[in-house]
Design a protein. Structure first.
Length: 379
């Protein structure tokens, strides 16, 4: 009999965790054939690339929308689903609602094992979720953080070291390879950004929220002497800060002429390849996919030195203290001013590191190894 698994996600949007899960499943189709998998979304359903990806893999999905139910009714529905499915494994992805109520429903519903993918160094939790964390850690059979810094946080919170298995994000280095990205796809984005052949482009690509701090990029650009600023500043993504970013751009004369904003994009590889620099000034992170993808493409990265990013980018990009605006501006200027040979050397080192340490198939294999090791033999 195939092992039965329920994966509990906050929703089916285009966040990093959802995208990474679809890529792992796509890279391990043979393994997927050996299990009975259902994905449970705790937010409203919509047509997204994640939904399309799951559908193409014949993975069934079901929605148990937390926003439509009071907590007792929501828990009855979620626990009832677990009892109905009788899974060997319930795997909760991301802190907050999935980690708290997904793990609890897994235990109450009689799952053999409960797994938890914690992908944020400083998750935003309600007081109740924070209080329940230590108890739920004790009844979790395996933790799958994607960064060493997150693993250390889990250990500090009382997780059993023997149950913590770092599963680093993987990158499809065929797709994210400058040699395989069509020139017309790159030209499309350069044209959309109104970037001329010699214009330097600084790109923010990610969720527009207070944690990712898109405004910090705009602050750093405006803190840079005009002659040393990138010719185009591009912000791509959706989220709660989208409108405030648009208003900020419209309120400043230089930004109105040089900054452009786009919603979330499907062709991430081409967008990264079209930029001269990726800037990620986050206040906190797990292990962001977009940084690994930029490294694989060969696009220079400037990022906050949070989580594992300092070690990841050492000699392969630039990291700055998250609260040092001057350092961020300086790192951006240094990156855009790199001599061509130094830029090529850095790009080669970055791609080689991703190929060695973040290969998608190896990440997928480790992901499934933890699952199969967690399945208990019947007594």
């Amino acid at each position: 009999m195939k092992p039965r698994m329920l994966f509990v996600l906050p929703g089916l949007g285009v966040g990093g965790a959802e995208r990474q899960l679809v890529r792992i499943l796509q890279a391990s189709r043979a393994t997927l054939d050996r299990v009975h998998l259902k994905v449970v979304a705790l937010g409203p359903a919509a047509d997204t690339p994640v939904v399309d990806g799951l559908r193409s893999l014949a993975v069934n999905t079901v929605v148990v929308d937390r926003s439509r139910h009071a907590l007792p009714a929501f828990m009855r529905q979620l626990t009832g689903l677990v009892r109905q499915e009788r899974p060997h494994i319930v795997h909760a992805f991301l802190a907050g609602t999935p980690a708290t109520w997904g793990r609890l429903a897994g235990r109450l519903g009689g799952a053999q094992a409960v797994l938890y993918s914690d992908l944020s160094l400083a998750p935003h939790l309600t007081p109740m979720q924070r209080r329940m964390g230590p108890l739920l850690h004790r009844v979790t059979d395996a933790f799958l953080p994607n960064a060493d810094a997150i693993a250390q946080r889990l250990l500090a919170e009382g997780a059993d070291p023997a149950r913590v298995h770092v599963v680093r994000n993987g990158v499809d280095t065929h797709t994210f390879n400058m040699r395989h990205i069509p020139a017309d796809a790159i030209a499309h984005w350069r044209h959309a950004w109104q970037a001329g052949p010699d214009d330097r482009v600084a790109l923010f690509l990610g969720r527009l929220d207070a944690t990712k701090r898109p405004h910090r990029l705009l602050d750093a650009v405006l803190a840079t002497p005009e002659a040393q600023r990138p010719a185009r500043v591009v912000l791509m993504g959706s989220g709660p800060e989208r409108d405030s970013v648009r208003e900020r751009i419209q309120a400043d004369g230089w930004l109105r002429r040089h900054a452009v904003q786009f919603d979330a994009v499907d062709d991430v590889a081409a967008a990264l390849a079209a930029a001269d620099m990726l800037v990620l000034p986050s206040r906190t992170e797990g292990l962001p996919n977009v940084v690994l993808e930029a490294m694989a493409v060969g696009t220079p990265v400037v990022a906050s030195e949070v989580s594992d990013l300092g070690a990841l980018l050492r000699g392969r990009g630039r990291c700055v203290r998250p609260h040092d605006l001057g350092a961020l501006s300086h790192a951006m200027r240094q990156t855009l001013a790199m001599p061509a040979e130094a830029a090529r050397t850095q790009a080669h080192a970055a791609r080689a590191y991703v190929q060695t340490h973040h290969d998608l198939e190896k990440s997928a294999q480790r992901f499934w190894d933890v699952h199969f090791a967690s399945i208990k033999e019947p007594s």
